[in-house]
Design a protein around this ligand. Structure first.
Ligand code: ZN
Length: 470
């Protein structure tokens, strides 16, 4: 390296990002290039009493593109999200996602940026490095008369839903997050994670209806607080979802039906959480199916907001993940999308079936048939050799060490047929898409920081700062 060349100090870079963000906030009245745009004058100021905050967790732009291609092939139309861009008044931004201590954020720090408006360290939920609790958005909203809701396909105690309601120094403290969800009285909570809710804590909430299946959800009373826990852990990937699990669209509809009755308005977070998990797994079939399930939920929400002028809808992701993309030319690419649209099961399903086979060598014997059943792809001898090397011999299978595990190697092998390749099994630091419609959306600048979305919600709803403590 030549002498005098500027060395970029990692922490300095992160601090610069935070300062630039803070600067954009304080200077927002005089600039339109970064952060939020100035609030319109009082006469022009539209009024929102509701916010619906939708998160496709870990959605790289390539994920949205793949879902859009499959949607056009299967349904003859684009996704609801890309359609939303053409709606009158829709605004879009690219959003930075770094956390306080990392260029590549995790979900808890990214969600907390929306939840409390501050950059914190990866792994924490609305808790700063000194251990101080930072008031989460739904606590503030409830204090000021809003109904609140959380809907997700992950455990409801997982990082992204937790980031709107909880304070814990470590995201893994999900029993504690469950207690906080109950104590802080979120009105509607739907998703997985039953194992974190203790029966005595549930019994203590006599006002709460608890449902455990799709049929119980549809029969639940509409005038009580509602907790739907449809799996002990995460809900199933969309390709594996059974009859007894509601879809994300159904859960979102059930939440809106109840929250829309609140006279003071509501704040609802909706998360397509397993998009992120499918990206980690390099599982293209589940990635597209879960993104399309999120898009179906979004279509329902668009119907809800289009009939009213009091709701700000924000649709975004917390970070990229694995940066998938269709990357075969011509007929091979088109054939890949066709195959992708016919996928039936997740990598999770493949692994659950493998578990019965015994030794890894025995698992390798049944793997090709399982892969065919799940994806429609027939593995050839070379594909099987790659998988054997990684899965049985435990050898490194790529120059980039991070892509040598079962999921990335199977994902890479399948890319020969599906045409979809992944960068890694990890989150990425890319700028991410934000789309907003409704009152307040006109303040979305073209380039924002994730903490700006907290401020957009708070200022649009005119929420005063929360009382001290949580
Ligand atoms: Zn995430």
């Amino acid at each position: 390296m030549s002498e005098g060349r500027t060395q970029i100090n990692r922490r300095g870079f992160l601090q610069l990002g935070a300062l630039a963000s803070a600067g954009s906030l304080s200077a927002c009245a005089s600039t339109t290039s970064v952060g939020l745009l100035p609030a319109p004058g009082p006469s022009r100021r539209s009024r929102a009493i509701n916010v619906i905050f939708m998160v496709s967790d870990g959605m790289s732009t390539g994920t949205l593109t793949l879902a859009d291609m499959v949607s056009r092939q299967e349904r003859g139309r684009s996704t609801a999200w890309t359609g939303l861009w053409q709606t009158d008044g829709a605004r879009r931004a690219m959003c930075r996602t770094h956390s306080l201590d990392s260029l590549v954020t995790d979900s808890s720090a990214a969600g907390s940026a929306w939840g409390c408006g501050r950059h914190i360290n990866n792994g924490a939920v609305n808790t700063d490095p000194s251990g101080a609790a930072l008031t989460p958005l739904l606590v503030t909203a409830r204090e000021q008369g809003k109904a609140t809701g959380l809907v997700t396909t992950t455990r409801v105690t997982h990082a992204t839903p937790a980031s709107f309601i909880a304070n814990v120094p470590e995201r893994s403290r999900e029993d504690e997050i469950a207690r906080q969800i109950l104590d802080r009285r979120v009105d509607v909570v739907l998703g997985g994670g039953a194992k974190h809710f203790k029966s005595d804590a549930l019994l203590a909430r006599e006002d709460l209806s608890v449902v455990r299946s799709r049929s119980e959800l549809s029969a639940a009373p509409g005038d009580t607080a509602l907790l739907g826990l449809f799996r002990d852990g995460h809900m199933s990937y969309e390709p594996d979802r059974g009859e007894d699990e509601p879809s994300l669209r159904e859960m979102t509809g059930a939440a809106l039906e109840r929250l829309a009755r609140a006279p003071g308005g509501f704040v609802l977070q909706v998360e397509g959480g397993r998009v992120d998990h499918a990206a980690h797994a390099n599982d293209a079939v589940s990635l597209v199916r879960d993104q399309l399930a999120f898009d179906d939920a979004l279509a329902g929400v668009i119907e809800f907001v289009s009939s009213r002028d009091d709701t700000l809808l924000i649709v975004t992701t917390d970070h990229g993940n694995a940066n998938p993309g269709l990357t075969l030319y011509g007929d091979k690419g088109e054939r890949g999308i066709e195959l992708l649209s016919r996928g039936r099961q997740s990598f999770d399903w493949i692994q659950s079936q493998l578990g019965a086979a015994g030794s890894r060598e025995a698992m390798m014997g049944v793997l090709p048939l399982l892969v065919y059943q799940a994806t429609g792809v027939e593995l050839d001898d070379a594909d099987r050799a790659w998988l054997h090397r990684s899965f049985v011999d435990r050898e490194r299978a790529d120059g980039f060490r991070a892509v040598s595990g079962f999921g990335p190697v199977l994902g890479a092998v399948l890319s020969n047929a599906l045409g979809v390749a992944f960068l890694s099994p990890n989150h990425t630091a890319d700028l991410v898409e934000v789309t907003a419609v409704g009152p307040g959306s006109d303040r979305l600048g073209p380039v924002i920081d994730n903490v700006d979305l907290h401020r957009l919600v708070v200022e649009t709803l005119d929420l005063a700062p929360a009382r001290a403590g949580v």
